[in-house]
Design a protein around this ligand. Sequence first.
Ligand SMILES: [Zn+2]
Length: 249
Amino acid sequence: MQLELPFLAEPPVRPNGRARYVRLGGSVVPYSFRRARRRTIGIAIDERGLHAAAPRWATIAEVEAFIREKQGWVLRKLAEARAAPRPAVVWRDGMRIPYLGDEVAVCAAAPGAPSGLDGARLMLAIAGGLGPEALREAALAWLRGAALALFHGRAASLGPLLGVAPQRVSLSNARTQWGSCSADGRVRLSWRLIHLRPALIDYVIVHELAHLLHMNHSARFWRVVAVACPGYGAARRELRELSHALPEL
Ligand SMILES: [Zn+2]
């Protein structure tokens, strides 16, 4: 069972906008809709999806007819927006990265000193020069190590609450999926969860552990999740919002 980051799965609602759906070819496309002081119906596409704006006189049927007229363009642009990489992170000494819901500054450690946290700084033992790539490699190596240690610890604490023990907990590099669980009891978690505050990490771990009992998202599954994570609804919403906000390190 997969816990997915929804890209376009959620309607791209803008402030003051309302989510709607329009059928285009074989797919149902969510779009945001708002009334605007303008003379014609307008549509736009960005990384969050399709947005429509219309003057007061236009009916929803007219707006959707307009979108369908531009169907080829809409579907092509949506596919392009989905495939476009986010802006690359420029690695430099002192830059801040999200860590456990807070931020740490990445800094080169003194020669010979090991990598580790020092207050709000992540001191990194850097091999092979101080270039951006060396800094990135050292930071990612440390974050992955910290993530694996944390996830093992949390799975060991949370598992007994549900009466389960995973066969194995390992890391993935996924950007589009926080966690997954296989029928033989192996749980994989994206190391990128280490950016998030601990309560959110716990929710994802509980979610995957609960799949060891129910390989679905049935009411029984959610009752199991609620045992260890009563606030899971808020955590799910927050994860959806954060999925678009994290840097792609
Ligand atoms: Zn799931």
